[in-house]
Write a new protein. Sequence first.
Length: 393
Amino acid sequence: MTTRLRVAIIGTGFMGRMHSHAWRTAPRFFSLSPAPEAALLVGGGPERTAAAAAEFGIPESSADWRTAVTRDDIDIVDICTPGHTHAEIALAALAVGKHVLCEKPLANDVADAERMAEAAAAAAASGAVSMCGFSYRRTPALALAKRLIDDGRLGRIRHVRAQYLQDWLTSPDAPFTWRLDRARAGSGTLGDIGAHSIDTAQWLTGSAITGVSATLRTFVESRPRLDAHIGLGGSADADAPREKVTVDDAVAFTASFADGALGVFEATRMAAGHRNANRIEINGELGSVAFDFSAMNELQFHDAQLPSEEQGFRRIDVTEPGHPYAGAWWPAGHGLGYEHLFTHQTVDFVRAITDGTPARPDFDEAAQVQRVLAAVETSAADASRYTPVEGAR
Ligand code: SOE
């Protein structure tokens, strides 16, 4: 029986901050036994990390992740660092039997993702639980969509239409960040937010993407450096020294699913006016669902089995106690926000450890997302797949 769950959070940026909030909040709103405890924050420099730990309410800090992940008094390693560090940290933690929660995308390439999946499967034999943080699965409205699809309410699925639109890189003078550096981020918009759409689509349909045809675009080739910049967007001095952008700004691709569905995907961080519009629509033989994170407490549902006079998309306010996760929070109609996804993710991860419920997506499922990301890049790089329009003017 698990009697203690002490967590080391690795990373002090946006996600480290978000996960620390989730570890603190989860046991206050959900019944978790034992209650997890964020015990240690690990970051890049001792002073900066100590300051972040004080701010996040974590009692201890360290700048040495190697020691942290092998400590006997740590049970869970929560990886919130840029992608290029995921494999090394996860493999070290799994080798000593820790439970591992790893931010998305799982890794920066397929080889690392598959090594992580193998290590996680081996560690699972001795009880270690691993999960990848595709947090949107924990949006109540998307979890309701999954319930409807699994209950057969959409019937056979034909179309998946996913768009993930942000705008924090619209200005050419938005500062450079690690998310624009291929060595650290693996890819750009594709891996950062396109990966969410890929995961959501495969999860909702229960079907793997088996082929893609893709285009990637980088609109702004360099960006001004802004020292000590964290967060998304903002603006830097246009005359500051510029760093080369080595990733994509936008991606578009079509996809085939194993069950025969056709997918159309678009992701960009330059869709002016769209702050975080993570959208997906799925059309089946018996109905459709449509979701937009900009209205995250709502799901649009069309039931084609109703008499035709009563058909049409209708809005479900996903705030009823019977809706996924919603009953733990506020009275119906009062709604949730982005941070709740991470709290729900923490709850599901802890219950996978304590109750043996499935930890999804596990590293194997997350490695399949990585294969799709790689296929998108391969397709986009293959000029022979691009058909010029004869005589275009
Ligand atoms: C930045 O594009 C970002 O913070 C992503 O990294 C997250 O995964 C997404 O949930 C919100 O946007």
